[in-house]
Design a protein around this ligand. Structure first.
Ligand code: ZN
Length: 163
């Protein structure tokens, strides 16, 4: 049995627990949340979110990349969001690799060197600052006054804002 089979089984056992608003694709809190794919970050539980309230974007690191800017541009321009909450975290996998080592590994195994940045970092606060800067400076985003970044401690659950 694969993990997908397990999840499908859970899905079929769930009751129809619709609590939020399904009537519109526009998030009712007008916010987009960007965070890491890390399995320890339970975004909905962390912020008490219910269906229909927020856009959730996730990638390795929770970093602002061109693809995240694509999603945020659509989120703000077509779906009414006005704020961006960035949450990166302690003991992230991206702090355990380096840009060149991971690219070297891929090139060695495949003969291909990726054109994308790994976005590896040593200090998570610096990575949050870089992502906030990219969002605030993006010409594609009309609403950058409320771009805020945080570090989530996956061990204590503490959330600390990065200035
Ligand atoms: Zn992570």
């Amino acid at each position: 049995m694969t993990a997908i089979d397990v999840l499908l089984s859970r899905y079929h056992q769930l009751e129809d627990r619709v609590r939020g608003d399904r009537s519109t694709p526009e998030p009712s809190m007008h916010i987009a949340i960007l965070t890491c794919m890390d399995a320890r970050i339970r975004v909905f539980e962390l912020f008490g979110l219910i269906q229909g309230e927020a856009h959730i974007l996730r990638n390795a690191g929770g970093v602002v990349t061109d693809d995240v800017l694509r999603s945020l541009a659509l989120s703000q321009r077509k779906l009414g969001t006005r704020e961006v909450l960035i949450v990166q975290h302690t003991s992230c996998g991206l702090s355990m690799v380096t840009e060149d080592d991971f690219k070297d590994e891929l090139e060695k195994d495949t003969g291909l060197r990726p054109t994308w940045a790994v976005e590896a970092f040593r200090e998570v606060k610096d990575s949050v600052r870089t992502s906030m800067r990219r969002a605030r400076r993006s010409d594609f985003l009309p609403y950058t006054d409320n771009v805020r970044g945080f570090v989530y401690d996956v061990h204590t659950g503490e959330l600390t804002e990065v200035e």
